[in-house]
Design a protein around this ligand. Structure first.
Ligand SMILES: Nc1ncnc2c1ncn2[C@@H]1O[C@H](COP(=O)(O)OP(=O)(O)OP(=O)(O)O)[C@@H](O)[C@H]1O
Ligand SMILES: [Mg+2]
Length: 285
């Protein structure tokens, strides 16, 4: 089943924000969505209302030999299924990196199990820059969304992104570059520089540019309130940008994954999903 990864050579550009909110927007379009946090910052959960004090998760448990991802699933109020990363200290992160170097299957096996789930769109939030998770996921991905910001450094990183060097080396880089699409985040139309860099990047990337999202206080606010943007500011320009990006992703999914808009009956019916019962975010509070 489809895997959409959110990655970037540069940090702080909006990967986690987009993963969470596009997961929500895809769910609203009728897809069944699993959002997986593969970044040790463990921040994806905050967009879905999981309390700061709730530190459990999937990746942080891998070293304890618990690769049963289903036991870490959260059913969020948005309807999106969530696999939080889990909190990790420096020692844990270094040990996990070494273990993944020795045995990439530690993460590869559960990921392939997730992708084998029928009718599930998996969205993965990755750490900034190159990572073991990106190296492992890029060959499995249907689409890698490179997130850039409308400013000079991001514009300078475009060749890095489009060559695929950021995803692999040699022939593999060229192969993986084909599944890369870019979302330009934080576009400020009132700023000459932001507008000019956004236009230059769009002109250069052509069809590889999937969409653009405006810079807006509501986006940062929604995270501060631990809410999703489509709940917090549904009428904002950023919300409409987000819906457009989600629509394009939905249209690019394999035909078997066609969205089925939820009917009132379906909303009341128990899920036909084979996944076991998951704790709800409310229950974990
Ligand atoms: N379009 C936007 N308008 C305003 N603020 C935004 C926008 N997108 C993201 N932000 C804010 O920018 C900050 C960084 O966003 P986010 O954490 O999603 O980036 P990231 O790429 O995941 O960072 P990291 O590389 O550290 O994982 C957050 O405070 C978020 O609320
Ligand atoms: Mg992030």
């Amino acid at each position: 089943m489809p895997l959409i990864c959110f990655a970037s050579p540069k940090g702080g550009v909006g990967k986690t924000t987009l993963t969470a909110n596009i997961a929500d927007a895809l769910q609203r379009l009728g897809h069944r969505v699993l959002a997986v946090d593969l970044d040790a910052q463990n921040a994806l959960r905050l967009h879905f209302g999981v309390p700061l004090t709730d530190r459990g998760g999937f990746v942080s448990e891998l070293l304890q030999g618990n690769a049963d991802w289903r036991s870490h699933l959260r059913q969020t109020p948005s309807g999106v299924l969530l696999l939080p990363h889990g909190a990790m200290d420096l020692r844990g992160a270094l040990d996990l990196a070494a273990a993944l170097d020795r045995d990439p299957e530690l993460l590869g096996k559960p990921l392939r199990e997730m992708l084998a789930e029928p009718n599930l769109v998996v969205l993965a939030d990755l750490p900034p820059g190159p990572s073991q998770a990106l190296a492992l996921l890029a060959p499995l991905a249907t689409m890698v969304i490179g997130v850039l910001q409308a400013e000079a450094i991001s514009a300078a990183l475009v060749p890095e992104i489009e060559s695929g060097r950021f995803l692999g080396t040699g022939t593999m880089a060229a192969l993986l570059a084909g599944r890369l699409r870019v979302v330009l985040n934080g576009v400020d139309l009132s700023s000459r520089l932001s507008r000019a860099s956004a236009e230059a990047v769009a002109r250069h990337l052509g069809f590889r540019m999937l969409g653009a999202m405006s810079r807006e206080e509501t986006v940062a606010e929604s995270l501060a309130c631990q809410r999703l943007l489509l709940d917090h500011a549904p009428e904002s320009r950023a919300a409409s940008d987000l819906k457009e990006v989600a629509r394009l992703i939905s249209a690019a999914l394999p035909p078997t994954m066609a969205a089925t808009p939820p009917t009132p009956e379906a909303a009341l019916a128990p899920s036909a999903a084979p996944l076991p019962q998951q704790p709800t975010v409310e229950a974990s509070r």
